[in-house]
Design a protein around this ligand. Sequence first.
Ligand SMILES: Cc1ncc(C[n+]2csc(CCOP(=O)(O)OP(=O)(O)O)c2C)c(N)n1
Length: 665
Amino acid sequence: MSTLLKFDKKRLSKKRLLALYEGLLRPRMIEEKMLVLLRQGRISKWFSGIGQEAIAVGITNALKEDEFIFTMHRNLGVFTSRNVPLERLFAQWQGKNLGFTQGRDRSFHFGSPEHHIVGMISHLGPQLALAGGVGLAHKLEGEQKIALAFTGEGGTSEGDFHEALNVAAVWNLPVLFVIENNGYGLSTPTSEQYACKHLVDRAKGYGMEGHRIDGNNILEVYQKVDKLAKSMRKNPRPILLECDTFRMRGHEEASGTKYVPQELMDHWAQKDPLHNYEAFLVEEKLLTEEDIKALRKQIKTEIEEGLKVAYAEPTVQANTQKELDDLFAPNPYAPQLPPPNGPKTEKRFVDALSDGLRQAMEKHPKLVLMGQDIADYGGVFKITEGFVEQFGKERVRNTPLCESAIVGAGIGLSIKGHKAMMEMQFADFSTCGFNQIVNNAAKLHWRWGQNVDLVVRMPTGAGTGAGPYHSQSNEAWYTHTPGLKVLYPSNPYDAKGLLLAAFEDPNPVIFFEHKALYRSREIVQEIPDDYYSLEIGKAKLIREGQAASIITYGMGVHWAKRYVEAQNLDVEILDLRSLLPLDYEAIAATVQKTNRVLILQEDCLFGGIAGELSAHISEHLFEHLDAPVLRLASLDTPVPFAADLERNFLPESRLAQTLDRLLSY
Ligand SMILES: Cc1ncc(C[n+]2csc(CCOP(=O)(O)OP(=O)(O)O)c2C)c(N)n1
């Protein structure tokens, strides 16, 4: 086979040159074996990196072992270069326990903290921002390390790419973003993927340094990344590196390459990274045919031994309790009551949150707050006012306008043992960070055991004349996502205690705060000045009664209280406080006591939490009911702006009629 690549070994030692050769050969031989196993139906799917190995192998060899690499689906060379045991890789691809996800996720969708590797999720782009979070942790800790994240050229079209690079540039984070430009994203050629000449040209637009190299030339990759990494460790900054290469096989093995012109295939076959480098080493008399044979034999044995162990491993047996238990990392903290005679101060909801947040920052020195305008400006609701003076701008961070990258940065910080909070300016805007919350933060622990120590604060709710994009109740989007905890306090005491509990809990917590309660004089309370935290998952009886129960949360608590007290009704009110997990015991107790239930929510009716609770009560407590379970919610429309429309949308005006129906049934 003719070869096209030119190598310059510069001052690299023979040992290093040969190690790079072995590094290239190993993933190639593993892949060749996997293609056979795929045909035999012994593994489920394969995304080939054949022809691209020089990038993964060159890069991993140039980094320090404890520098994090965020990998994609064609980066086997990263795993082999970090000496991940082959039997574990094989077991992962067969969905076995010895793998990294206990059969819960497939192929390269896993991370291994001990190898400092964080694998992708299917959505491709989101992990770029996680690398930013790790880069931020390096900066905060004064570590001279970099993080490195891979993307394909297809992934660069995602908003996540733009957000992650922009944040890394604005915060000057030591992250090397590597584009493996392999010509096609599934069947889409580069000409239909982007319009700039080279993707690296985008670096300038982010205010970032950019380089472009031949990704098939292992020495060029290794030397370039070695140089860049050394410089970034000394002078932390992000860099974009575009590596030209080619995808020599189908997107995944079943899909073929019919749409790729043969000339392209032929051209790139001559640039095969392994064959070219091998020919160079032979020509330089650094490697003999006997050496090659011996090395091949040794790797073949390694593969066979690894396969033997993986095959011997039994298939995974389902255990429902374990599946549920592994959703969350254990919480090392117990709820902490305030001293009984400690000082108290009258506080509005907003002051209680601010107080809790400040005490969380004091208790957890590794907690980082992030959000739009939260630093000197104090946030649009002024909850972090004065925080910069006390904690500094490194821990109280203004962010660019990019919800996805900031949730991602929070996850990255968590991988490095930090705690993070993100303030959504309005809960409505969490749509822009939705993927990171529901697909990354919520699933990481269950997939491969990485906890996500992140609190996302969500100013929510209507009643302020703010229209459809500043008023939504979107808690049900999150309660529907296993792996999240969802809290929704209704009063200052709970707001502080639950917020502090959220920061103690090492799992992702979505924390709803009703904007119309922030400065409400009606709900001011004397609350402890001292630190305290409440148990997550516990409802609270706001008022006792015998005739019926209103189960509600957030603003619903106040609507219910106002009406029931004004009418002097014998009605019990249960404030859920925690929507995920739910307090089924407290729900059962109130239903068993009053036998009549109204579930009241500010959210729209269809698909809201009231439907779930109603089903639960009908299913488990039917014999205790003297009337059908009623639901009262907002209209199934967006939230309107004008006062009368908004009043009509919200359920409060229908409370009297609905409760009357329940009581007279
Ligand atoms: C958000 C999202 N959209 C679509 C897909 C389906 N998909 C999987 S890989 C892929 C192409 C990726 O191309 P590229 O980033 O260049 O990586 P390559 O496969 O070429 O290595 C597509 C469209 C996906 N996984 N995620």
